[in-house]
Ligand binder design. Structure first.
Ligand code: GDP
Ligand code: MG
Length: 208
């Protein structure tokens, strides 16, 4: 969603999902990104929590990031179709200290791709976050690289919501891709409109 002002200033509102298994640090990631805070103890998310972060991308582009922090249990409840609708991008989070959450992240990605896509039929941009990297080093970087290619992630970052590692970097990376997609789809729409107009004027001129 975007709006242009007369001065060429554009504001975008992007819905971005934060998904992954329970306790991998989704809420912590959002709180670090939005408020630059970290809490050792957090209440379990129930259903979905919303947060907003405004980023002045450049002198003529403002991005409103609407983050949907979805409870890990929601995959089981099958409500994701409702939550995923209209999203422009996603962070898919796993916990580097818990291997099974990487499988969980891949299942979340699979479900995401089955339920939401861009207008051109491509998957929405998703970044894989290897969170809690303050606890242990990511030893399987080449595996993650391979998984990203196989499963269609646009990239991966090792992050720590606790130590504030790569949180803004991952977000900027995702914004960049969302903006690119947005630009491409706007161009496509414009081209389609011009084609329609050309066809209309052709059929008008051949009439009678
Ligand atoms: N060491 C460490 N702990 C984290 C990090 N992110 C979250 N946690 C902890 O992991 C637990 C679960 O975090 P939470 O954000 O509630 O996970 P969620 O269920 O995915 O939303 C909490 O005790 C957090 O303090 C991190 O980057 N490093
Ligand atoms: Mg949570």
């Amino acid at each position: 969603m975007s709006g242009d002002s007369e001065l060429g200033f554009t504001e975008h509102l992007f819905k971005v999902l934060v998904i992954g298994d329970h306790k991998v640090g989704k809420t912590s990631f959002v709180k670090r990104f939005v408020k630059n805070q970290f809490y050792e103890e957090l209440k379990t998310t129930i259903g979905v929590d919303f947060s907003m972060k405004v980023i002045d991308w450049d002198s003529h582009t403002r991005v409103r990031f609407q983050l949907w922090d979805i409870a890990g249990q929601e995959r089981v409840r099958g409500l994701n179709r409702v939550y995923f609708k209209g999203s422009s991008g996603a962070f898919v989070v796993y916990d580097v200290t818990n291997r099974s959450t990487l499988d969980g992240a891949l299942n979340w990605k699979h479900e995401l791709d089955g339920q939401v896509m861009l207008k051109n039929g491509c998957p929405i941009p998703a970044v894989l976050l290897a969170n809690k990297c303050d606890e242990t080093k990511v030893w399987n970087a080449s595996l993650l690289e391979k998984l990203c290619q196989e499963k269609g992630f646009i990239g991966w970052f090792q992050t720590s919501a606790k130590e504030n590692i790569n949180v803004d970097e991952a977000a900027k990376f995702l914004v960049k891709h969302i903006l690119q997609n947005n630009e491409e789809s706007e161009k496509e729409e414009e081209q389609n409109m011009q084609l329609n107009l050309q066809q209309q004027s052709k059929s008008n001129s051949t009439c009678c």
